[in-house]
Each structure stands twice: as structure tokens, then as C-alpha cells.
Design a protein around this ligand. Structure first.
Ligand SMILES: Nc1ncnc2c1ncn2[C@@H]1O[C@H](COP(=O)(O)OP(=O)(O)OP(=O)(O)O)[C@@H](O)[C@H]1O
Length: 429
């Protein structure tokens, strides 16, 4: 059986909320023990576990209870009810500078933190060279940490947390402060921790979560609202954050039945076969009847494309009600859900007529397909009404199309996102 490193059972954290500060005193002094407070559940009866080798991302809007949960796992806060069992040493990066004494130098704080985490002086002595190298803040290590910039703070905190070989690493949004190079260095280290232990992550960066996490827990009002694989949960979360939509309906993908061209090899076939069911949301005033990517030279449906192909995103919509100020748009995403192309009729400066009720319309976005690295991509399509700044979704469909990009030249593995069409290498004399 896989070993559980974190076991959380019916955990709640309740805060007493008073309407005014005096109510707290009134409550203490009241001879009849009258209540002057309301119970507020920051974390409400949560149960889940995390196994060794698993990385779990925690998402949710501000105030949904993420930090409270991580603090309880880290042992900084105690739950009001329920049990938390943690096996192994925990290293937590919670609020910036938590656990630091501002008047002590960086070096003294390393010892202070080491002791707080239960390590001997010898152990910390041995870890010092690695910590200093990782933090890379030079002579500032001898200065009081209250003089540090927020970036320096996080460098030192992370260097300590990661270099004492934690089995459970908890990172609460802290990394967003460091610069890009430092972040990359941290992510490499986090991958190492993941091999033998577990990492719990709070971040608003869905790209990072998609590339790191095996599982996402979406919290809302102190409860688990949804949990599952990143590709399933993160799209819905983004829709929720942008449009306040919590439930998407499942629809069958429009291109679920592929007529895979016989020249296409088995690798492409298998990429196309694992298609996820598309999900949709909107106010229901209209819907997409068909969505296809067409190769304009052959006229055929293009499930497999290469950079430079002339293609059209061809779609038909049917309106149930009249739609003023329509906007059509699409997003092409890579396999991790990162947006590669985002455009719409507003960006393309297209003025659209009012769409009449009970009518169907047929449009195409035509373009030369960009030169992207080989792989599987998916496409979202949407019809909205209003302006770019303030609009309502008529229908948005996630992952309506899955597209495989194939550059037929040999040895295309390991390329960056964009593959320039022609790069000439010249010797300058
Ligand atoms: N000491 C406290 N007393 C009363 N309420 C608190 C206390 N600490 C947190 N809360 C409340 O608990 C809820 C959850 O807070 P928490 O910081 O865990 O949310 P979060 O999901 O981490 O938010 P964010 O994304 O803003 O960091 C919030 O409504 C917050 O106001």
C-alpha cells in the first residue's frame, strides 16, 4: 500500500467573530454565558490524505481557507476539531519572513530556524555551505534580516527550508517574490523533494500547478469544492476565476469521432484517441453547432497540422435569442493548459452584426498556423455578448478540439515552444 505522509481527518478551524471588540468582553463577563460571537469556519470538516511521492496543489479564491489549512499541517495553528497526522519532517514556507527574527543576521536566523525545526547544531553546521550557496545573497548574510528586500527574504527562507532535506515541503505562494532564475532553481529542488517525499503547494499560477502537481484540491468556503487531476480541475478553475462559473456542463466533443488519415502514424493516432470530454458554460442564448479546423489547401478537416499550414477555424452557431454586440474568440492551449494563442473578434478589430434569434451563422477565423513544437494542443471557443471589458458568455466550450502539431523534420524533440521558420546560421567574416 502506498504510504500516507499526511492524513487529515474531519479537520475544522473555527474563529469566533465579534461584531465589535467590546462584545468579546461582554461575553467573558456575562453571568449567563450568553454568546456574543458567531462561529466562522475558515476550514470546514476537511478529510483527505497525501501519499509519498505526490505533489498536491491547493487553489481557491482569497479567503477560501488555503493558508489556514497549510498552517495547520505545518503545526503553526492547531485545529479546532479533527485530527492531522504528519509522518516525516515538515519544512514550511508560509508567510514571508515567518520564523525569522528581524534583529538577528541571516546566518543567526539559519541556526534559529534549524533549532525550531528540531535539528542539532552539527546538522545545521553541515548544511550551511549548501544553504549559503543556494540563497546566494553574498555578505548580506551577516546583516540583520530586517534590512533584507522581500526577494532576499524568500531566497534565504527557501534555502533553509529546502536544504535540510524535508520529507514534506509546504510552499504557500512564497516563490512568486523571487526572480525568474531563483524560481527555476527552486522548482528543480522541489522536483527532488517530490521524488522521496511530498510537496504541498498554494499558487495562483495555474501553469506552475499544471506542470508540478499530480492532484489539485480546489477549496471554497473552507471545504473541498472539487479535487482531481490538474487538466480536469484547472480549466474549470480559470473559468470560475474569470466568469464566476462554478459548474460546467459536460458536452461530448464535437470532433470526438476522428477520421484519422491513414498516412498518420500510430503515435498521432494514440494522441488523438485519449480525448477528454469537453465542458461548456454560458447563459444558453446560443450554442456552437459544429467546430472544426480545416486545412484551406485540401479542404479537409485538420486534426494534424504543421507550422505554415493555411487553416481556418470553421464554426456554426445557432441563436435562441437575439445577441447584440457579439464577440467570438478562441484560445489554443498546450498540453499543460498554457495559452499559446488567445484572440477574438475584438482583438482582430472585427465589427460584428447583431445575431438574430432562431438563426444559424457560419464563420471562419483564417490564419497561417504558427510554428509550434510537436505535441498535443487543445482549443477553446467562445461566444460572448458585450464589450471586451464587460461581457457575458453565451457559450464557452473548453477543449472543443484537440490538435496534434507535427513537424515532419527528424529530431524535433526538446525544442522550445516556438520553432522559427527559417534560421540561418552564418559565419561573419
Ligand atoms: N485569526 C483569524 N481570525 C478570524 N478570521 C480569520 C483569522 N485568520 C483567517 N481568518 C479568516 O479565515 C478565512 C480563510 O483565510 P485563509 O488565509 O486561510 O484564506 P486563503 O485561502 O489562504 O486566502 P488568500 O488566497 O487570500 O491567501 C478568511 O475569511 C479569513 O478572514
Amino acid at each position: 500500500m502506498e504510504e500516507r505522509l499526511i492524513d487529515i481527518n474531519a479537520v475544522s478551524k473555527i474563529y469566533k467573530l465579534y461584531n465589535q471588540p467590546m462584545d468579546r468582553v461582554r461575553e467573558v463577563l456575562n453571568p449567563l454565558k450568553k454568546k456574543y460571537h458567531k462561529d466562522f469556519y475558515a476550514v470546514d470538516n476537511l478529510t483527505f490524505n497525501v501519499k509519498r511521492g505526490e505533489t498536491v496543489g491547493i487553489i481557491g479564491k482569497n479567503g477560501s481557507g488555503k493558508s489556514t489549512l497549510l498552517k495547520m499541517i505545518a503545526g503553526v495553528l492547531s485545529p479546532s476539531s479533527g485530527t492531522i497526522e504528519v509522518k516525516g519532517n515538515v519544512s514550511a514556507l508560509l508567510e514571508l519572513g515567518a520564523g525569522f527574527n528581524g534583529d538577528l543576521s541571516g546566518l543567526e536566523n539559519i541556526y534559529l530556524n534549524g533549532t525550531l525545526l528540531g535539528y542539532t547544531k552539527e546538522y545545521v553546521d553541515n548544511s550551511i555551505p549548501e544553504i549559503l550557496e543556494f540563497a546566494d545573497i553574498g555578505d548580506f548574510i551577516y546583516q540583520p534580516v530586517k534590512t533584507y528586500s522581500s526577494g532576499m527574504f524568500v531566497r534565504l527562507a527557501f534555502a533553509i527550508a529546502i536544504n535540510i532535506n524535508p520529507e514534506i515541503l509546504i510552499v504557500d505562494e512564497a516563490l512568486s517574490v523571487g526572480d525568474m532564475r531563483f524560481q527555476q532553481k527552486c522548482y528543480r529542488k522541489i522536483r527532488e523533494v517530490k521524488k522521496t517525499g511530498t510537496v504541498l503547494f498554494v499558487s495562483h499560477d495555474t501553469g506552475i500547478l499544471a506542470s508540478f502537481c499530480d492532484r489539485i484540491i480546489w477549496m471554497d468556503e473552507g471545504k473541498i469544492f472539487k479535487e482531481g487531476r490538474p487538466d480536469k480541475i484547472l480549466d474549470e478553475y480559470q473559468a470560475f476565476m474569470s466568469y464566476d462559473i462554478k459548474e460546467m456542463q459536460a458536452v461530448t466533443t464535437y470532433n470526438g469521432e476522428y477520421q484519422v488519415n491513414s498516412e498518420v502514424d500510430s503515435e498521432v493516432k494514440s494522441a488523438l484517441s485519449g480525448i477528454i470530454r469537453a465542458q461548456t458554460f454560458g447563459n444558453g442564448d446560443g450554442f456552437f453547432e459544429t467546430v472544426r479546423l480545416i486545412n484551406l489547401e485540401t479542404g479537409a478537416e485538420a486534426n494534424v497540422v504543421a507550422g505554415g499550414d493555411k487553416v481556418a477555424l470553421d464554426f456554426k452557431v445557432k441563436l435562441k435569442k437575439k445577441v447584440d454586440m457579439p464577440i467570438f474568440g478562441f484560445t489554443l492551449k498546450d498540453a499543460l493548459g498554457n495559452s499559446v494563442i488567445v484572440t477574438n473578434t475584438h482583438f482582430e478589430k472585427v465589427e460584428l452584426e447583431t445575431l438574430e434569434s432562431n438563426k444559424s451563422y457560419h464563420y471562419q477565423f483564417k490564419m497561417e498556423f504558427p510554428y509550434l513544437r510537436n505535441g498535443k494542443y487543445s482549443l477553446d471557443i467562445a461566444l460572448a455578448t458585450g464589450t471586451y471589458q464587460a461581457h457575458e458568455q453565451i457559450q464557452w466550450i473548453n477543449d472543443v478540439l484537440v490538435i496534434v502539431v507535427r513537424d515532419m523534420r527528424p529530431y524535433q524533440e526538446g525544442r522550445g515552444y516556438l520553432v522559427p521558420k527559417d534560421i540561418n546560421f552564418e559565419k561573419i567574416l
